[in-house]
Design a protein around this ligand. Sequence first.
Ligand SMILES: [Zn+2]
Length: 229
Amino acid sequence: MVRALEISIAHILGADSSYIDCQSFEVPVHRSIIEDVSSLKSAAERAGFELGLASGYRSYERQLSIWNAKATGRRNLHGDSGELLDINQMSPEQVLFAILRWSALPGASRHHWGTDFDVYDASALGAEQSLQLTIEECEGPFKAFYDWLDDYLALPSCAFFRPYCLDSGGVAREPWHLSHKKIAAFYEKKLNLDMLKESLQDSSCELKEVALRNLEKIFKNYVLVSKDL
Ligand SMILES: [Zn+2]
């Protein structure tokens, strides 16, 4: 199945969802990872958790609308410690890099591939609580679950890894974000700077000019997370 994948540019940039399955789980994912996600859910269940998927495949259009809402102040923008930022007090470049800590540039999100998704323990979420996906949650109500996940991901047979497990100054640490090792590698290898540049030039992305000026840095620090690929 892996060999048969023919990945078009539109696929990589989130503009083609023909490989995406919307039936199997609570969020859409790449059809090549259904079996592995099922195994992950079953393993969590055996360990006493209810593994919920919070976010799977996300289209280019959706990422663009999240990005533009943050860039124009219609959606909250947070600093490194979760504090609310005031974009009116910031330069366009500061806004750009503040967004990139938590949200990918449209066309450069791993969620475009359907190979990446966010997980949490649905059984530890109170009825009144809404999911935030923050480090506080990971160290609070979901701690036992993420501790179990650490061990599970360390198994050589595990199909997934955490692309954002360390904060190296680019994307912030996201222990909830998992990626399918084999299938995501196909997309990550094919994604390149020119592709991103072209799609950005033609888009209605806010902060486009600043992003284009900084594209090499963005690509190196915020897009290519798997240094061994
Ligand atoms: Zn994610």
